[in-house]
Design a protein around this ligand. Structure first.
Ligand code: ZN
Length: 313
């Protein structure tokens, strides 16, 4: 023990000040998992949102604000996902931030790009001032921010995070690059496992609580028949619920609540429609912690929950 302490002190004295590993703050599990993977043994990012938090709508505690202000780098999905964090960061002015949705090459798609093909209303991109009112809410239109659910984006972001960390901490550039490469291999392995798990249930339509699964569905060939909440964290209107029950109730196999939201509405809907009630989905990975396995863990948990219900006899 004494030897370790002595050698640690000697190391500290020998290293120039700029060799310090950056203090990184992240929004929630997928970004935290990717950053933790790239940092490896060098450090651990902080994560603002834990279990039970809603990534679309959140209020920071004062201690979290203070911690954000001290960060060398904030890695987060972006304002389309968490407008509340955008407001906070704007207030802080010159914080160095990396918005993952803005990383060049990111696969982006609009809400509705992979919605069920048997919807009887059209899914053309809504022009400004559109007046069709089969929904009473517009938050689900335009760019879908849940892009971490496409594993090719996760792999791309690992490299971007390694590049950014190397810029802040050039002494460890080789470590960051090697960790990112290892992380890409882990994502590729998880992707293969998930594809194998979901292959047998491709094309089995299901209903979800909120419109978060477009990327996941597109990547793995799944069919989302509809969402109870059209936007994010907005209460569904009665007309929308009736339409969903009529449309999806006839074709869908399962109905999935979400960990962050009260399942009451979906339990009722399952009773009304006779759809099977699946386990709670956790698209933001709130149950995953913020360690290096949080990114692939988020995707694998989704696949397991989906497959468990959809493959039921
Ligand atoms: Zn969401």
């Amino acid at each position: 023990m004494r030897y370790i302490i002595t050698s640690a002190v000697a190391t500290l004295l020998a290293l120039p000040a700029q060799a310090e590993v950056p203090r990184v703050v992240t929004d929630f599990a997928p970004a935290a998992g990717l950053v933790a993977t790239v940092m490896g043994d060098l450090g651990q990012p902080e994560m603002l949102l834990g279990q039970g938090a809603n990534a679309h709508d959140f209020q920071l505690r004062p201690s979290q604000s203070a911690s954000l202000q001290d960060a060398d780098l904030v890695v987060w999905i972006g304002p389309r996902m968490s407008p509340w964090l955008d407001r906070v960061l704007t207030g802080f002015g010159d914080l160095r931030q990396m918005r993952l949705l803005d990383v060049p090459g990111t696969h982006l798609q609009d809400f509705g790009d992979t919605a069920a093909h048997d919807h009887d209303h059209d899914h053309d991109p809504a022009p400004a001032g559109d007046d069709h009112d089969d929904h009473d809410d517009h938050a689900h239109e335009g760019l879908d921010p849940h892009a971490w659910l496409d594993p090719s984006n996760g792999a791309l972001w690992l490299d971007a995070i390694a590049t950014e960390l190397a810029r802040l901490d050039p002494d460890h550039a080789a470590d960051y690059a090697a960790n990112a490469a290892r992380g890409r291999a882990e994502i590729a392995a998880a992707d293969a496992r998930i594809a194998a798990r979901l292959g047998p249930v491709q094309g089995q339509p299901f209903v979800v609580f909120h419109d978060a699964y477009g990327y996941f569905a597109a990547h793995y060939g799944l069919t989302v028949a509809g969402s109870v909440s059209l936007g994010d964290a907005t209460a569904p209107g009665a007309a929308h619920l009736r339409a969903l029950q009529d449309q999806a109730g006839a074709s869908a196999r399962c109905l999935f609540p979400e960990t962050v939201h009260d399942p009451k509405l979906l339990v009722q809907m399952a009773e009304t429609t006779g759809l099977r009630l699946g386990g709670a989905l956790d698209p933001e990975g709130m149950a995953q912690g913020g360690g290096a396995g949080a990114y692939t863990g988020t995707l694998e948990a989704l696949a397991d929950t989906l497959a468990a219900c959809l493959s039921g006899a």
